[in-house]
Write a protein that binds this ligand. Structure first.
Ligand SMILES: Nc1ncnc2c1ncn2[C@@H]1O[C@H](COP(=O)(O)OP(=O)(O)OP(=O)(O)O)[C@@H](O)[C@H]1O
Ligand SMILES: [Mg+2]
Length: 190
Protein backbone atom coordinates (compact mmCIF):
# COMPACT_ATOMS: atom_id res chain seq x y z
CA UNK A 1 0.00 0.00 0.00
CA UNK A 2 1.38 3.38 -1.01
CA UNK A 3 1.56 5.89 1.85
CA UNK A 4 -0.41 9.13 1.51
CA UNK A 5 2.81 11.15 1.94
CA UNK A 6 4.00 9.79 -1.44
CA UNK A 7 0.77 10.83 -3.17
CA UNK A 8 1.15 14.26 -1.56
CA UNK A 9 4.73 14.44 -2.86
CA UNK A 10 3.50 13.67 -6.40
CA UNK A 11 0.82 16.36 -6.31
CA UNK A 12 3.15 18.98 -4.79
CA UNK A 13 5.80 18.15 -7.42
CA UNK A 14 3.18 19.02 -10.04
CA UNK A 15 2.88 22.41 -8.30
CA UNK A 16 6.64 22.96 -8.49
CA UNK A 17 6.66 21.97 -12.18
CA UNK A 18 3.86 24.51 -12.67
CA UNK A 19 6.23 27.24 -11.40
CA UNK A 20 4.54 27.86 -8.04
CA UNK A 21 6.36 30.08 -5.56
CA UNK A 22 4.18 28.89 -2.66
CA UNK A 23 2.69 25.45 -2.03
CA UNK A 24 0.30 25.03 0.89
CA UNK A 25 -0.22 21.50 2.17
CA UNK A 26 -2.88 20.56 4.72
CA UNK A 27 -3.16 17.11 6.28
CA UNK A 28 -6.10 16.89 8.65
CA UNK A 29 -7.60 14.02 10.59
CA UNK A 30 -11.15 14.69 11.73
CA UNK A 31 -11.80 11.87 14.12
CA UNK A 32 -15.40 12.78 14.98
CA UNK A 33 -16.39 12.96 11.30
CA UNK A 34 -14.15 10.00 10.48
CA UNK A 35 -12.34 11.80 7.67
CA UNK A 36 -8.81 12.39 6.42
CA UNK A 37 -8.67 15.67 4.51
CA UNK A 38 -5.71 16.57 2.32
CA UNK A 39 -5.39 19.85 0.48
CA UNK A 40 -2.58 20.99 -1.80
CA UNK A 41 -2.89 24.55 -3.01
CA UNK A 42 -0.43 26.34 -5.31
CA UNK A 43 0.00 29.65 -7.10
CA UNK A 44 1.49 28.05 -10.23
CA UNK A 45 0.44 28.40 -13.87
CA UNK A 46 -2.90 26.63 -13.36
CA UNK A 47 -4.83 24.82 -16.10
CA UNK A 48 -7.53 25.66 -18.58
CA UNK A 49 -10.91 24.30 -17.51
CA UNK A 50 -11.04 21.85 -20.38
CA UNK A 51 -7.60 20.39 -19.62
CA UNK A 52 -8.30 20.23 -15.85
CA UNK A 53 -11.43 18.21 -16.58
CA UNK A 54 -9.33 15.64 -18.48
CA UNK A 55 -6.41 15.43 -16.08
CA UNK A 56 -7.98 12.73 -13.94
CA UNK A 57 -7.81 10.49 -17.00
CA UNK A 58 -4.50 8.54 -16.78
CA UNK A 59 -3.65 9.18 -20.44
CA UNK A 60 -3.22 12.92 -20.03
CA UNK A 61 0.28 14.22 -19.21
CA UNK A 62 2.79 16.89 -20.19
CA UNK A 63 5.65 14.52 -19.53
CA UNK A 64 7.76 13.60 -22.52
CA UNK A 65 9.62 10.81 -20.72
CA UNK A 66 6.45 8.79 -20.29
CA UNK A 67 3.14 8.89 -22.11
CA UNK A 68 0.92 8.36 -19.10
CA UNK A 69 0.42 10.80 -16.22
CA UNK A 70 -0.56 8.76 -13.19
CA UNK A 71 -0.16 11.03 -10.17
CA UNK A 72 -3.65 12.47 -9.98
CA UNK A 73 -5.63 9.46 -11.31
CA UNK A 74 -3.90 7.14 -8.81
CA UNK A 75 -4.59 9.44 -5.88
CA UNK A 76 -8.21 9.81 -7.02
CA UNK A 77 -8.57 6.02 -7.26
CA UNK A 78 -7.32 5.54 -3.68
CA UNK A 79 -9.68 8.24 -2.40
CA UNK A 80 -12.69 6.69 -4.16
CA UNK A 81 -11.69 3.25 -2.92
CA UNK A 82 -11.77 4.65 0.64
CA UNK A 83 -15.31 6.06 0.21
CA UNK A 84 -13.99 9.53 -0.62
CA UNK A 85 -13.09 11.67 -3.61
CA UNK A 86 -10.47 13.93 -5.21
CA UNK A 87 -11.54 17.34 -6.40
CA UNK A 88 -9.40 19.46 -8.72
CA UNK A 89 -9.95 23.22 -8.97
CA UNK A 90 -7.67 25.17 -11.25
CA UNK A 91 -7.53 28.56 -12.89
CA UNK A 92 -4.96 29.66 -15.49
CA UNK A 93 -2.39 32.13 -14.08
CA UNK A 94 -3.92 31.84 -10.60
CA UNK A 95 -3.15 28.34 -9.43
CA UNK A 96 -4.47 24.91 -8.56
CA UNK A 97 -6.12 23.26 -5.59
CA UNK A 98 -6.30 19.53 -5.10
CA UNK A 99 -8.69 18.49 -2.35
CA UNK A 100 -8.90 14.87 -1.21
CA UNK A 101 -11.21 13.41 1.38
CA UNK A 102 -11.40 9.82 2.49
CA UNK A 103 -12.88 7.71 5.25
CA UNK A 104 -10.36 7.71 8.08
CA UNK A 105 -11.10 4.28 9.50
CA UNK A 106 -11.52 2.59 6.11
CA UNK A 107 -9.56 -0.67 6.13
CA UNK A 108 -7.89 0.29 2.83
CA UNK A 109 -6.97 3.84 3.88
CA UNK A 110 -3.17 4.12 3.55
CA UNK A 111 -1.22 5.48 6.50
CA UNK A 112 -0.22 9.17 6.40
CA UNK A 113 3.40 8.04 6.05
CA UNK A 114 6.64 9.98 6.18
CA UNK A 115 5.66 13.64 5.74
CA UNK A 116 9.12 14.76 6.92
CA UNK A 117 10.71 13.12 3.85
CA UNK A 118 8.02 14.56 1.58
CA UNK A 119 8.70 18.12 2.78
CA UNK A 120 12.49 17.68 2.60
CA UNK A 121 12.24 16.24 -0.95
CA UNK A 122 10.21 19.26 -2.05
CA UNK A 123 12.82 21.62 -0.57
CA UNK A 124 15.56 19.84 -2.53
CA UNK A 125 13.66 20.07 -5.83
CA UNK A 126 15.29 21.78 -8.86
CA UNK A 127 12.52 24.33 -8.82
CA UNK A 128 11.82 24.82 -5.09
CA UNK A 129 9.04 26.94 -3.61
CA UNK A 130 8.04 28.10 -0.16
CA UNK A 131 6.09 25.45 1.68
CA UNK A 132 3.38 26.03 4.23
CA UNK A 133 2.59 22.69 5.86
CA UNK A 134 -0.35 22.42 8.28
CA UNK A 135 -1.01 19.23 10.20
CA UNK A 136 -4.25 19.02 12.15
CA UNK A 137 -5.67 16.31 14.41
CA UNK A 138 -8.98 17.47 15.87
CA UNK A 139 -8.23 20.82 17.56
CA UNK A 140 -4.48 20.30 17.72
CA UNK A 141 -2.49 21.91 14.94
CA UNK A 142 1.13 22.27 13.92
CA UNK A 143 2.42 24.63 11.22
CA UNK A 144 5.73 24.58 9.38
CA UNK A 145 6.37 27.60 7.15
CA UNK A 146 9.61 28.00 5.20
CA UNK A 147 9.02 31.77 4.95
CA UNK A 148 9.25 32.02 8.75
CA UNK A 149 12.26 29.73 8.88
CA UNK A 150 14.09 31.76 6.20
CA UNK A 151 13.67 34.90 8.31
CA UNK A 152 15.31 33.17 11.26
CA UNK A 153 18.10 31.62 9.21
CA UNK A 154 18.88 34.90 7.41
CA UNK A 155 21.73 34.05 4.97
CA UNK A 156 21.82 30.26 5.51
CA UNK A 157 19.99 28.40 2.70
CA UNK A 158 17.31 25.84 3.53
CA UNK A 159 19.19 23.29 1.44
CA UNK A 160 22.22 23.38 3.75
CA UNK A 161 22.54 19.71 4.89
CA UNK A 162 22.45 20.59 8.61
CA UNK A 163 19.30 22.69 8.05
CA UNK A 164 17.61 19.90 6.04
CA UNK A 165 18.46 17.42 8.79
CA UNK A 166 16.99 19.71 11.41
CA UNK A 167 13.79 20.16 9.33
CA UNK A 168 13.46 16.41 8.82
CA UNK A 169 13.86 15.68 12.55
CA UNK A 170 11.57 18.52 13.57
CA UNK A 171 8.72 17.41 11.30
CA UNK A 172 9.34 13.74 12.09
CA UNK A 173 8.97 14.37 15.85
CA UNK A 174 5.80 16.41 15.39
CA UNK A 175 4.38 13.80 13.01
CA UNK A 176 5.15 11.04 15.51
CA UNK A 177 3.22 12.96 18.19
CA UNK A 178 0.24 13.48 15.84
CA UNK A 179 0.18 9.86 14.71
CA UNK A 180 0.14 8.75 18.36
CA UNK A 181 -2.51 11.33 19.16
CA UNK A 182 -4.64 10.06 16.26
CA UNK A 183 -4.33 6.50 17.56
CA UNK A 184 -5.20 7.39 21.17
CA UNK A 185 -8.13 9.66 20.16
CA UNK A 186 -9.40 6.68 18.18
CA UNK A 187 -9.54 4.61 21.36
CA UNK A 188 -11.33 7.40 23.26
CA UNK A 189 -13.95 7.65 20.49
CA UNK A 190 -14.48 3.91 20.12
N1 LIG B 1 -0.69 21.94 -9.90
C1 LIG B 1 -0.73 21.90 -11.23
N2 LIG B 1 -0.58 23.04 -11.98
C2 LIG B 1 -0.63 22.98 -13.34
N3 LIG B 1 -0.79 21.84 -14.05
C3 LIG B 1 -0.93 20.69 -13.36
C4 LIG B 1 -0.91 20.66 -11.93
N4 LIG B 1 -1.09 19.37 -11.54
C5 LIG B 1 -1.21 18.64 -12.65
N5 LIG B 1 -1.10 19.41 -13.75
C6 LIG B 1 -1.19 18.96 -15.15
O1 LIG B 1 -1.83 17.69 -15.13
C7 LIG B 1 -1.00 16.69 -15.75
C8 LIG B 1 -1.23 15.36 -15.08
O2 LIG B 1 -0.71 15.35 -13.74
P1 LIG B 1 -0.35 13.95 -13.06
O3 LIG B 1 0.27 14.23 -11.73
O4 LIG B 1 -1.57 13.11 -13.06
O5 LIG B 1 0.68 13.29 -14.07
P2 LIG B 1 2.17 13.77 -14.37
O6 LIG B 1 2.64 14.70 -13.29
O7 LIG B 1 2.16 14.30 -15.78
O8 LIG B 1 2.97 12.41 -14.33
P3 LIG B 1 3.27 11.54 -12.98
O9 LIG B 1 2.57 12.22 -11.81
O10 LIG B 1 2.72 10.18 -13.26
O11 LIG B 1 4.74 11.57 -12.80
C9 LIG B 1 0.41 17.25 -15.63
O12 LIG B 1 1.25 16.73 -16.64
C10 LIG B 1 0.17 18.76 -15.78
O13 LIG B 1 0.03 19.09 -17.15
MG1 LIG C 1 2.40 14.25 -11.20
Amino acid sequence: MRELSLHILDVAENSLRAGASLVEILVEEDIVQNKVIIKILDNGCGMEQEYAAKVLDPFITERTTRTVGLGLPMFAAIATHCSGHLQLNSEPNIGTEVLVEMERDNIDRPPIGDMASTIVSLLCHDNPADILYRRVVEKDEFVFDTRELKKQLEEIPLTEPSVLNWIREYIFEKEDYYQRKGASDNEINS
